[in-house]
Design a protein around this ligand. Structure first.
Ligand code: SF4
Length: 64
């Protein structure tokens, strides 16, 4: 598999603290994964809320 050419820049911008994730820095996989779960990626949440690891759209709506 070809590595994403934006991988390093994506990592710099990524606020996700879930370290074991293999999708980190590969935003298309991150979005696709969370979309399938009816969720949003970490970057939709504040740094404080991201750490809760509740990525649901319903949680997002309570914050916005
Ligand atoms: S938001 Fe989800 S898929 Fe994306 S890097 Fe974090 S844990 Fe992985």
């Amino acid at each position: 598999m070809t590595k994403c050419q934006n991988f390093k820049n994506n990592l710099k911008l990524c606020n996700c603290t879930y370290e074991p994730c293999s999708r980190k820095g590969i935003c298309c996989e991150c979005i696709s994964y969370h979309r399938q779960q009816n969720e949003l990626p970490a970057c939709y949440f504040s740094q404080k809320d991201e750490k809760i690891y509740n990525r649901t759209i319903s949680f997002f709506k309570t914050k916005n």
